[in-house]
Write a protein that binds this ligand. Structure first.
Ligand SMILES: Cc1cc2nc3c(=O)[nH]c(=O)nc-3n(C[C@H](O)[C@H](O)[C@H](O)COP(=O)(O)OP(=O)(O)OC[C@H]3O[C@@H](n4cnc5c(N)ncnc54)[C@H](O)[C@@H]3O)c2cc1C
Length: 301
């Protein structure tokens, strides 16, 4: 892959082209082997050109944001990882509308809403993802989902930049047409309502307090490991199966919230994957429910 890095010279600046980049630096689980090549574009033009070069040269590529919903295998990722982060993170507020580039953190976008006294995004303030990752996943919390506040999404669909309406984006629980069809989120427009700064702040504080008291935020994880099964909660089923605190290597079912598998120190992605499989098997045996991972498992197996 080293040979290919020269393809991107002049498209993305040299310091934003990284060979054999450890993915443990780019995932909140803090695990995972290296990506052959990582690119960190700083503008839409750089991103579009980089994707075009990957396609023309038949190089597989993956777009990531903050890596807060990713489990990268220990063998790492063959191909190019394009990370949209703090250099692709412009946020603009106009009236009751906020436009944010894909690399903007949801927390920063929610804080911009607070500053502009716009309500509707409070639920998203504590989700540690980027706008791109969160739109693609239709992230949600405390009864809200991104689909409730999205007006439109600018995407790269194959080689065409398009604007999708909320309906065209095809949002479903923790997914979207954008994800299913491999589109790239470039930016999103959120439509909010005028509110009072005090009320917005107090709701954000309340959600943040609830997160701190219920979630193992002091340990690396990717949030809820499993999707919520119809009519129940993954955490409740895991606890009922007697798996609270259960561990394989450095991976552990959190004592604080059984829906979270955490890296309790020195875990490998293999430990986490084995624990995911074990939990699914045991929960199925005890309840008949087959849990589906919410974390995106990627990389060479
Ligand atoms: C402590 C903790 C708490 C969490 N709480 C919540 C919660 O309350 N609710 C919730 O929904 N999630 C939660 N999560 C999970 C995670 O934060 C969300 O899924 C988030 O939306 C992922 O965003 P990201 O930028 O980190 O995406 P990544 O993890 O980098 O990527 C996730 C997926 O999105 C794709 N993707 C990323 N960027 C783009 C883009 N620009 N265009 C197209 N595809 C893209 C990736 O290819 C991948 O398939 C939590 C995670 C942690 C660690």
């Amino acid at each position: 892959m080293a040979a290919y890095s020269s393809l991107f010279k002049g498209v993305v600046s040299d310091e934003n082209i990284r060979e054999n980049e450890p993915m443990s630096r780019h995932t909140t689980f803090k695990t995972g082997g290296s990506a052959d090549l990582m690119l960190l574009p700083t503008s839409e033009d750089e991103l579009l050109e980089a994707v075009k070069l990957c396609s023309e040269n038949s190089l597989p590529y993956l777009i990531i944001g903050n890596g807060s919903n990713l489990l990268v295998t220990d063998k790492g990722i063959r191909g190019v990882v394009i990370k949209l982060g703090r250099d692709f993170a412009k946020i603009d507020v106009e009236g009751n509308v906020i436009s944010a580039q894909a690399g903007a953190l949801l927390s920063a976008t929610a804080n911009a809403a607070l500053k502009a006294e716009l309500s509707g995004m409070e639920f998203a303030a504590g989700i540690p993802g980027t706008v791109g990752g969160a739109v693609c996943m239709n992230a949600g919390a405390y009864g809200g989902e991104l689909k409730d506040i999205i007006k439109e999404v600018r995407v790269l669909d194959k080689d065409e930049v398009k604007t999708l309406s909320n309906t065209q984006a095809g949002f479903v629980y923790r997914g979207s047409r954008i994800m299913n069809e491999g589109m790239i989120v470039l930016s999103a427009v959120f439509e909010l309502e005028k509110g009072s700064k005090e009320d917005i702040r107090s709701l954000m504080d309340d959600y943040s307090q609830r997160r701190r008291s219920k979630q193992p935020l002091d340990r690396p994880s990717a949030g809820s490991t499993f999707k919520r099964p119809e009519g129940d909660f993954a955490g409740r089923l895991i606890e009922a199966a007697g798996l609270k605190g259960c561990s394989i290597g450095g991976a552990k079912v959190s004592d604080k919230h059984c829906g979270f598998i955490i890296n309790d120190g020195g875990a490998s992605s293999t430990d986490i994957l084995e624990l995911i499989d074990f939990v699914r098997k045991k929960v199925y045996e005890s309840s008949g429910v087959m849990l589906e991972p919410e974390v995106r498992i990627i990389g060479e197996l």
